[in-house]
Design a protein around this ligand. Sequence first.
Ligand code: FES
Length: 130
Amino acid sequence: MATPLTVSLSINGETAEAISVADGTEPLLYVLRNRFGLHGPKFGCGVAQCGSCTVHVNGAIARSCITRMIQLKNGDEITTLEGLIGTNEAVPGPRNGKSIDLASRKGPGAVLVRRSSNNKQLNAGTARMP
Ligand code: FES
């Protein structure tokens, strides 16, 4: 049975008041992409393995494909690739000067994992890099 939910979040530094979902088990990924037009997080595997949907939740790495809206609380800070770098172009990687193709499904996850504030993982065991 679907459980409606309303939550207020900070998304890329802007407050999003009263985000309502008909089913609290809706993945954060769908809300970010479909409601807010944030396409940095991408759907890849859908089972927390590929990293293409990676975001930060309060600075911790999270796979938004398995992060349910009901897991979030008022005031949580969500950062997507757009909020982190403000562009969808390739940027130099921090290791060995290789660039990361942000248009690929794996690129955004790689950037967000490398730039997490403290490398914490919201979803334990799911931050494995592709
Ligand atoms: S879509 Fe692959 S980890 Fe989320």
